[in-house]
Write a protein that binds this ligand. Structure first.
Ligand SMILES: [Zn+2]
Length: 217
């Protein structure tokens, strides 16, 4: 054990009890996490929501995302709390709960951060999550296939300028075709970001897209 672990022991995000260094919540609080229990399917709630925006093959979300929920706290810590390793924990929970056998994507890709945001945060919160899945499922993963063109995040506003902005939010760094691509992101809210990434793949080649998110609200 390191001195830092003695001075600042890892604590459960829900109840603050001291837990193992590689845990995010204690055993007692684990049941408070709202898992969706989704399968990769053409008919769950997430697939239906994505389908309103782009032709999706199958979609799956690990958790439900509600205000003040434990899943929100976990993802907030992953993104803003400098706790990159939570990505690996979430990947392991995904492997335990979600069957990838019916999906069989050719590759995983992560939604990119802008270079400037990546520097500020120090890491992309999706990388360890996707890399862990990639390693365990033996499916290649790319973090660079899609590039983010703007620093500012697209707002939900839907005026014409905004639509154009969304259309150019991402671009391909490489043309792929005939692939089934699983796009990985943290939280799906409006779906606009996911849709912008999906359309980059759909318009550039004869590709099929599926979606995996840590949580959906
Ligand atoms: Zn706890």
């Amino acid at each position: 054990m390191f001195l830092v672990d003695l001075l600042f022991p890892n604590r459960c995000l829900a109840c603050s009890r001291i837990t193992e260094p590689d845990e995010v919540v204690c055993n007692l609080c684990f049941d408070q996490i709202h898992f969706t229990h989704f399968k990769f399917s053409a008919s769950n709630l997430l697939t239906e929501r994505c389908r309103l925006l782009f032709p999706v093959d199958k979609a799956c979300a690990l958790m439900e995302f509600e205000e003040e929920s434990l899943s929100q706290k976990i993802i907030h810590q992953l993104k803003y709390g400098r706790r990159e390793k939570i990505g690996k924990i979430l990947a392991n929970w995904t492997i335990e709960r979600v069957d990838f056998a019916d999906l069989k994507p050719d590759m995983l890709i992560t939604v990119p951060l802008h270079q400037k945001k990546l520097k500020e945060r120090g890491y992309n919160q999706l990388h360890l999550f996707a890399d862990t899945l990639s390693e365990q499922l033996k499916i290649p993963c790319s973090h660079t296939l899609i590039k983010r063109n703007f620093y500012k995040k697209a707002q939900a506003k839907k005026n014409k300028a905004q639509r154009n902005f969304n259309e150019n939010l991402f671009s391909n760094t490489q043309r792929i075709t005939g692939k089934h691509v699983l796009i990985v992101d943290d939280v799906l809210t409006t779906g606009n970001t996911m849709s912008a990434v999906a359309w980059e793949l759909l318009k550039s080649g004869n590709n099929k897209v599926s979606v995996l998110v840590m949580a959906m609200d």
